[in-house]
Design a binder for this molecule. Structure first.
Ligand code: MN
Length: 317
């Protein structure tokens, strides 16, 4: 019997199947931990979701930003749902979407197995969070996801602020907790997340640290396995095993054996599609001053109504 953690699948069904074959996964005896971001971008999101759902009795799943984004879009009108990419539409308009999304909504933000000695989250933990605190905050959000008012949670979920503080309450508290568990990479020593920094360590501005090496961070009594940060690649250190190795962008899909005596990693090649080069901003055309102001006004209005955005920012990173 083996327990394996598997990195971000991102709708890469064929790659996932190859990895399960490589580790000779046997549902009769083995167990799987999925690090989240099961869907989006890989082109086979519906197949991937069906596969993980079919393994639900022998798996643990934590939600990633793309999974939460899919769930939020799942609550919108069919007209709005037709604005998202074809891969997500393949899930939203599938016959079994209600069953799959209802199951996905009941997954966790943090999974803990103290006997095994591991905690799994999608992205990261706040600097001051022990594993016990992290577990408590994950349970807060999981209770909302499973409660009657989950639609309200999805409506209030989008946005980069506020920074985490234990004194937060209401929708702001929910958003801060969700952002830490599902979007964290770099942060300041006080825990302010640098949402725009996605590169490998060393590329970040001074004063920012990978969340797991922030000076003064809490001591943690469990090893942490996580995904979300493909530019970091396979990283083992500071009590953290980061295993998003960019399967969706011609990287690899990684499995890490959690009950092994020594480091045991198995990888298969990812989808054969290169990462897009960062979009170049076109030079701003010259506009008369009053025209520019009007345009800015319209943009501000658009920002206030995130439901109008065809692809929400939570799932765009
Ligand atoms: Mn992610």
């Amino acid at each position: 019997m083996s327990t394996w953690a598997i990195g971000d699948l991102q709708g890469c069904y064929d790659v996932t199947q190859r990895l399960l074959e490589r580790i000779r996964f046997d549902p009769a005896v083995d167990r799987l931990w999925f690090c989240g971001d099961l869907v989006n971008r890989g082109g086979q999101s519906i197949e991937t979701l069906r596969l993980v759902h079919s393994l639900r009795e022998v798996s643990h799943v934590v939600l990633g930003n793309h999974d939460l984004s899919l769930l939020a879009i799942g609550e919108r009108s069919p007209e709005d749902q037709r604005k998202v990419n074809a891969d997500l539409q393949g899930v939203l308009f599938a016959e079994d979407a209600p069953e799959l999304l209802a199951w996905l909504r009941k997954q966790k933000l943090a999974h803990v197995d103290r006997e095994l000695g591991w905690m799994m989250v999608h992205a990261g933990l706040a600097p001051k969070w022990t594993t016990q605190l992290a577990e408590r905050h994950a349970r807060e959000i999981e209770a909302r996801l499973q409660g009657e008012n989950y639609r309200k949670l999805f409506r209030n979920m989008y946005g980069d602020g506020p920074d985490w503080s234990p004194r937060l309450s209401g929708p702001e508290r929910d958003r801060a907790i969700i952002n830490i568990f599902t979007r964290m990479r770099y942060c300041s020593p006080r825990g302010r997340i640098a949402f725009d920094q996605k590169g490998e360590p060393g590329s970040q501005p001074p004063g920012l640290y990978p969340w797991f090496s922030v000076p003064g961070r809490a001591q943690r009594d469990l090893k942490v396995v996580c995904g979300h940060w493909s530019a970091l690649g396979l990283f083992v250190g500071q009590g953290v095993h980061a295993i998003d190795t960019g399967a969706v962008w011609s990287g690899k899909l990684t499995a890490l054996q959690l009950d092994a005596e020594t480091l045991h990693v198995v990888q298969v090649p990812g989808r054969d599609v290169a990462a897009p080069t960062p979009r170049q901003r076109p030079p701003k055309p010259h506009r008369p001053q009053h025209d520019q102001r009007r345009r800015d006004g319209r943009e501000k209005q658009r920002e206030k109504s995130p439901e109008k955005l065809p692809v929400p920012e939570m799932g765009s990173e």
